[in-house]
Design a binder for this molecule. Structure first.
Ligand code: KG4
Ligand code: ZN
Length: 336
């Protein structure tokens, strides 16, 4: 069975063809990052305009690279939530149009559930239940997963998402947007113990996250207590930038790892899945791997190229919704 996936929730325009929920025949991702970077974050109007310009050629390329034809698609799948409303609408409108004209089912997919499914694309069928951690630019959420399609949130950020914290700290350090991958690389040269940044656990037993305090702590560290500008005012040398990056990253990773392991123990689950842009972070992958081994938990790491927003994870998950005959109608909404 061939499913076309479409993903336009943020600043990547992506289309993919996936066979039987696992075999990725194509996965085209066109990133708008260079357009947004000079503004220090995603500008929704620019994102919408770029999706509109790119979507048809991205779908065409995905079909061509998969060496198939659009008429061979058994279903059209699309991320319809969560994301930027205007951006989601462009992918959804394209998917509805294709579903209507080809007379094949429309399958709408939750983009966070698809991030979790990225691990299935690499590891094949995974047993359930599992604890799933989604760490992206917009979300930091722990789910209790009972199947590929059934995920119940058990903890979430009360302020910034983990990726957002990486991006805001990168802005303070003058590292550009998105800063997650840059901090990841620079931190390798830094001392993780150089600065003790706060770890916010939000009380004993809480599975929620908070990353706004650490962002402010980095700002004060780099600019002094009186800083209001949100920018670094002291001149930091490369060595100090590396130390701040490594210390900040270690604090975020500590909390993510501790809470994920705690969630697995709380729900007596011995499998962990994780996904989203921050799941590409090399320190998080190492530390989560070590902690899972210590607690005898099986960790399913997604391949790095499937951590960022992509349509293969949408089409892969849609296969399971197809099997459950969980189809959407042409009035399906985009939900930010
Ligand atoms: O999942 P994603 O591609 O888009 C959203 O759905 O938000 O995640 C993007 C986020 C950005 O905040 C980016 O800085 C972060 O993922 N990110 C990383 C790394 N690669 C991407 N954060 C830390 N380390 C990385 N290697
Ligand atoms: Zn995402």
């Amino acid at each position: 069975m061939l499913i076309l996936g479409i993903e336009t929730s943020c600043d990547e325009t992506s289309a993919a063809v996936v066979e039987d929920g696992t075999n990725i025949l194509s996965n085209i991702v066109v990133s708008q990052q260079t357009l947004h970077s000079r503004f220090g974050g995603v500008v929704p109007e620019i994102a919408c305009r770029e999706h509109t310009k790119a979507i048809i050629s991205v779908v065409d390329t995905a079909i061509a690279e998969a060496k198939t034809s659009i008429n061979e698609m058994d279903a059209i799948s699309v991320a319809n939530t969560p994301g930027l409303i205007g951006a989601l609408l462009i992918g959804l409108t394209c998917a509805k149009t294709l579903s209507f004209t080809l007379q094949v089912p429309l399958i709408t997919v939750n983009h966070l559930h698809a991030h979790i499914f990225a691990s299935n694309l690499a590891h094949g069928p995974i047993g359930y239940p599992a604890i799933s951690l989604v760490v992206s630019g917009g979300h930091t959420t722990l789910f209790l997963s009972e199947s590929e399609v059934k995920h119940t949130p058990v903890g979430r950020t009360i302020d910034d998402a983990a990726g957002e914290a990486f991006d805001k700290v990168g802005k303070i350090l003058g590292l550009g947007y998105p800063s997650g991958p840059v901090i990841d690389a620079i931190a390798k040269k830094g001392n993780r113990q150089a600065v003790t940044f706060p770890r916010s656990y939000l009380g004993k037993g809480s599975l929620d996250f908070s990353f706004s305090g650490i962002k402010t702590a980095v700002l004060y560290h780099c600019s002094g207590q009186d800083s209001k500008s949100g920018k670094r005012t002291l001149t930091l040398h490369d060595r100090e930038i590396a130390d701040v990056s490594a210390s900040f990253q270690e604090a975020v990773v500590d909390v993510l790892v501790d809470k994920t392991i705690f969630a697995a123990r709380k729900f007596s689950v011995n499998r962990i899945l994780f996904g989203g842009g921050v799941a590409a972070n090399s320190r998080l992958r190492v530390r989560l791997g070590e902690a899972a081994r210590q607690h005898d938990i099986q960790l399913y790491s997604p391949p790095k190229n499937l951590c960022i927003d992509n349509a293969a994870m949408i089409a892969g998950l849609a296969f399971h919704k197809y099997l459950a005959k969980d189809f959407s109608t042409l009035d399906a909404a985009a939900i930010p």
